[in-house]
Design a binder for this molecule. Sequence first.
Ligand SMILES: Cc1ncc(COP(=O)(O)O)c(C=O)c1O
Length: 388
Amino acid sequence: MLTSNQIPMSVYLDNAASTPMDPRVFEEMKPFFLNQFGNPSSTHAYGRELRNALENARRRIAKCLNVRPLTLFFTSGGTESDNLAILGAVNGLGVKHIISSPIEHHAVTHPIEKLEKEGRVTVSWLKVGANGQIDLDDLRQELEAHPNSLVSLMHANNEIGTIYDIEAIGNICREYNAYYHSDTVQSLGKVALDLDTLPVDFITASAHKFYGPKGVGFLYVRKGIALAPQFTGGGQERDLRPGTENIPAIIGMAKAFELAHEEMEARNEHMNNLKIRFWEMLQTEFPGVKINGETDPSKCIPGLINITLPGEGDPMILFNLDLAGVAASGGSACSSGAVMGSHVLHHIGVQSDEMPRSVRFSFGKFSSEEDLEVVKNSLKSLNLLQVS
Ligand SMILES: Cc1ncc(COP(=O)(O)O)c(C=O)c1O
């Protein structure tokens, strides 16, 4: 159970939205807030010290991914990395067609829609099944019609946890000479990727999803591919992402990423055990409850479960859960706090009347067995959820 200053006894089950920082990460960042403050682009000793720390962080992350350090570009997080990959490919590589899925994060769908609206690209949105999976034959057909496209298909879905077969998608992209971007924001730290062998050209990361700081991430760009930058300026990050690097955050991200790889198996086992226990409890207490998205645990990100509860539903379900001490998440909320629904659930066939009963719970490494009891009691206290 996590405590916060404002909410002393709350249960935090929204780790897919953000994770608490690991204290070991914070310890490693501390000197870079106060003592080691130079600008890594300066040539004097203060600058050189920071340049070393920066390049060391790049090497540490690269080692976890089995890739050359200079293929990693530090950014402000997942949103910027996704935008940079997509806009950078259109502006720098002459991409004229994009193939994606309608259940991608908005950091992917919105730049693609903007490019389409501006008449700069045409777009194929692949159909998705009730489990959130795409049909690889559909992808193949689209690539046959549009070779040399950019394919943007995430690794793990942030709302329903569905994992795509990144290797199979990448191999098909290679056959048709297409660039492949995968938003790996939700999977990095939970799934080990070997970028030396994986047929992917761009992947995106965000440190606050793996117990690192917020506002920092990276974009991997396969060696030899020249994306166009979105900003111009001081030439940092080999001109692809100019701007003085956020050193404390980058150091923290490197530490968090290393820890995630060292502890991956134990963390995943812990989160999946909690998820299994949670699902058993839900089936006992709320007969008729269903899972949204992938039900095969081997094709779902550890610790994430999206459910629709039986009963009439509660348009304020997340708000009421919050009042009952549980932080979870669902579709976007309007200003009154009512759940408006989610584009992901909509595209996998969840009906609009089911949206007010749909909730995403995401366990983390700090989640505990005690949390399950609290969430059970909180759910039971929402009387609108009783089976009608
Ligand atoms: C799949 C996915 N992509 C991109 C993002 C955006 O990342 P950031 O919060 O670092 O901008 C998120 C964050 O929720 C995400 O889950």
